[in-house]
Design a protein around this ligand. Sequence first.
Ligand SMILES: *[C@@H]1O[C@H](CO)[C@@H](O)[C@H](O)[C@H]1NC(C)=O
Ligand SMILES: *[C@@H]1O[C@H](CO)[C@@H](O)[C@H](O)[C@H]1NC(C)=O
Length: 389
Amino acid sequence: MVGKCDLVSVLGAILVLTIFHNPIIVVYAGEGVPEVALFTFGDSYYDAGNKVFLSTNKNPPQTKWPFGKSRDDPNGKFSDGHIVPDFIGDFMSIPNGIPPALKPGVDLSRGASFAVADASILGAPAESMTLNQQVNRFRSMKSTWTDDYIEKSLFMIYIGTEDYLNFTKNNPTADASAQQAFVVSVTNRLKNDIGLLYSLGASKFMVQMLAPLGCLPISRQEYKTGNECYEPLNNLAKQHNEKIGPILNEFAKKPNSGFQFTVFDFYNAIIRRTQRHLNYRFYVANSSCCGVGTHNAYGCGMGNVHSKLCEYQRAYLFFDGRHNTEKAQEEIAHLIYGADPNVIQPMTVRELIVYPAGVNMLEFWEPNKKNSIRRRRPASVFNFGLSAY
Ligand SMILES: *[C@@H]1O[C@H](CO)[C@@H](O)[C@H](O)[C@H]1NC(C)=O
Ligand SMILES: *[C@@H]1O[C@H](CO)[C@@H](O)[C@H](O)[C@H]1NC(C)=O
């Protein structure tokens, strides 16, 4: 029989041996995570300050108070403080987070943000970049990092909001087949761009599904839905999201591809916080903290707008009309890094980072993972089949 103390010392010895045999492992806050880089692509959600370098306005709202309010630091990010990639960077023990790739002279040793506000997958966004242009920017800077380092590093992607908001605005009467056709053209292009990143050596991807776009305060305000979400936009997001997992499975199932990924179900994380906001300690989930209009959704931080600012931003799910508060972004980052298959599958980002590079995954994305997980939980009066995540 092995006693508890013996077991502990055996485990300790294994840990020590592992550390000495694998010099790239650093132990931080009790966790062994390899010291790799973080690269982000997409729109304002992941923009670490790139937009400023493409704007004619050199002091856009996101560089001014009340953006950055929670940290006294308006720095071009669309939040009252940190954004999701900042928290993920913290968990990966990247000092000071990753810099905007477009900013001259920054330290790129632990990665960079290529994401820029107003980015889209299709079209030609003004004073911004498409995902394809971001990937090409990465290509032009690629020699900064070794191939081995790129292969081990994490690539996070969040994009598509701009495409669907634009489509809905320009085609208010689009029927189901026109919507489907648009979703197919967006997701085909997304697949292409991910394939391009992969061909440049990236192999670990975290793709964040789209939020329920019709529940954003800006959508409720523009489509005058009051306390309801605007369903046509939610439907587009759902159709888009359904295609993500299968696209990535296809890459990952190719023999010897070494393509690894995980998908974060942002859609349902936001739906749960919208429908049962008090359970998640958000007092307000249907309008923003900062802005003007029926849902305070417009003009936060704009010089000529007398925007309202809520008293306590951490009680809000949304800071401005489109973006979550730092409080919500911190929660989301925790879900991405360490939650269960209810919200991120086939693995968490922490697991993705430590997964040996270059090998194929053994598990893939499944459309109804959530339900299969719920079925295994014992029924009880406290379990109404609702996820706590
Ligand atoms: C928005 O839609 C218009 C009309 O379809 C298109 O010309 C434009 O490129 C789109 N913009 C973006 C950013 O997708
Ligand atoms: C937001 O929800 C609250 C209830 O939580 C409701 O009283 C309020 O009218 C809603 N706001 C809007 C703009 O619909």
